[in-house]
Write a protein that binds this ligand. Structure first.
Ligand SMILES: Cc1cc2nc3c(=O)[nH]c(=O)nc-3n(C[C@H](O)[C@H](O)[C@H](O)COP(=O)(O)OP(=O)(O)OC[C@H]3O[C@@H](n4cnc5c(N)ncnc54)[C@H](O)[C@@H]3O)c2cc1C
Length: 388
């Protein structure tokens, strides 16, 4: 087991990003292939247990280290950062489950993460309730020692490649749409199936396929929350990490696309104008580039503020959590759109990677909680209207 502190975690991530992740990003995107080598390298470095407490075999680092690590990953390949953030968010739920239930199932999963051998993910969204992850339609049915799960999950990042899935479903006795419970379902469970291949517009190397659960039997030792405790876990455990994580993917994309634009504006020339570079010749493109940089740095500050609010919780922490993902999704779309404009036909033709960042950037605002839903939550909370 590798114990990491903040500095060594970021340092190892940078090394892996440079040696393994960035060089493979283009081909994995083209092929829509899961980044198995990147995940293996992150596991070997101890990064799959970054946030797992040392008592369970991890490094016990908090949101600040995670935010920096994930932004570095996203700069090298946003797909890898997406797979990693799903793992870390699901890992938070498993840690909470291990603390409250002491189930050996969860302790084993966490110990395997410490050895770099266990990748997990969130299986929340359902075909029927779409982006409203807080209201699953599937319902557990009781067996003698556990439950049977039947569900149509509309998207699951790392589908078929994860070792376990944190699954939400209505409790067997649920009386309202939010009476959900979370279970840890191992990949080996009979009845788990990847329903279709993943061929998305962006984040193409994430294997974010639909999955079906048909008569999947899990014991009570796989129940991560109290019966009906899924809703609270989603809001109190997953949401803060997920929103922060999603914002860091957006930040990495912005940084990468600013760098790609700088390189293009410096190296592409107008030969008929005395061999001047685009950046030297066109003040409008310098304006665009400057705005991209301003937006990117603004997002970095917003993320830093959110991390601070998570480290020292107060009355505005949830507002910062809601704001950070809403703002980040829009920022990434704006900055990558500016890059498409600044790099012109060269961006359109793929060799600058700008079009890949542009495609990847569009996932943030449609991933649940979507940007629209976050703005709904913020508006309602400012007006004192109940969110659900
Ligand atoms: C690359 C990728 C990976 C993903 N990985 C996972 C994963 O690992 N696990 C998982 O559980 N899910 C995952 N998802 C699913 C994701 O979280 C959303 O559930 C999904 O993107 C929603 O798409 P939809 O078509 O069902 O949206 P819909 O719910 O149909 O939304 C359509 C539009 O309506 C808007 N809208 C919806 N509700 C409201 C409202 N109340 N107020 C205002 N506007 C509203 C939305 O913002 C959106 O613009 C992933 C999605 C993507 C794109």
């Amino acid at each position: 087991m590798t114990q990491l502190d903040h500095r060594s975690a970021v340092g190892r991530t940078r090394e892996i990003a440079q040696a393994t992740i960035a060089p493979a990003a283009h081909d994995l995107d083209r092929a829509g292939q899961f980044p198995a080598d990147a995940i293996a390298a992150l596991g070997e470095a101890g990064l799959l247990a970054l946030n797992v407490p040392s008592s369970f075999g991890g490094s016990g680092l908090g949101p600040r280290a995670f935010a920096e690590v994930n932004a570095v990953l996203a700069e090298a390949d946003p797909s890898v950062a997406m797979v990693y953030m799903m793992h870390v968010c699901a890992g938070e739920v498993i840690v909470a489950g291990a603390k409250t239930t002491r189930s050996p199932v969860f302790q084993t999963a966490l110990a395997e993460m410490g050895r770099g051998k266990h990748l997990t993910t969130l299986a929340f969204s359902e075909a029927g309730s779409r982006s409203h992850f807080w209201a699953p339609l599937s319902r557990a049915s009781r067996t003698a020692g556990g439950v049977l799960l039947n569900a149509r999950k509309s998207w699951v990042t790392s589908a078929g490649s994860a070792d376990s899935y944190v699954v939400t479903t209505l409790s067997s006795e649920a009386k309202s749409p939010t009476d959900s419970t979370l279970y840890l379902v191992p990949r080996s469970a009979t009845g788990m199936r990847v329903a279709a291949p993943w061929d998305g517009l962006g984040l193409r190397a994430t294997a974010s396929s639909p999955m079906t659960l048909e008569g999947v039997e899990v014991g009570d030792d796989h129940r991560l929350t109290e019966e009906g405790g899924g809703f609270a876990a989603k809001l109190n455990i997953v949401l803060p990490w997920f929103n922060l994580a999603s914002a860091t993917v957006s930040l990495g994309i912005c940084r990468a696309v600013v760098a790609a634009t700088v390189a293009h504006l410096k190296t592409s020339k107008f030969e008929h104008l005395g061999n001047t570079s685009l950046g030297e010749a066109l003040p409008t493109l310098r304006q665009t580039l400057a705005q991209m940089q301003i937006d990117t740095d603004g997002l970095a500050h917003r993320i830093d503020e959110c991390v601070g609010a998570l480290e020292s919780p107060g009355p505005h922490t949830m507002l910062r959590v809601l704001e950070v993902k809403a703002a980040a999704g829009e920022t990434a779309i704006r900055v990558t759109s500016d890059a498409m404009h600044a790099c012109g036909g060269a961006a359109f033709s793929k060799h600058t990677s700008v079009e890949r960042y542009f495609r990847d950037a569009h996932a943030g605002s449609v991933m649940a909680p979507t940007g629209d839903v976050l703005r709904e939550f913020i508006g309602k909370s400012l007006l004192g209207i109940p969110l659900f």
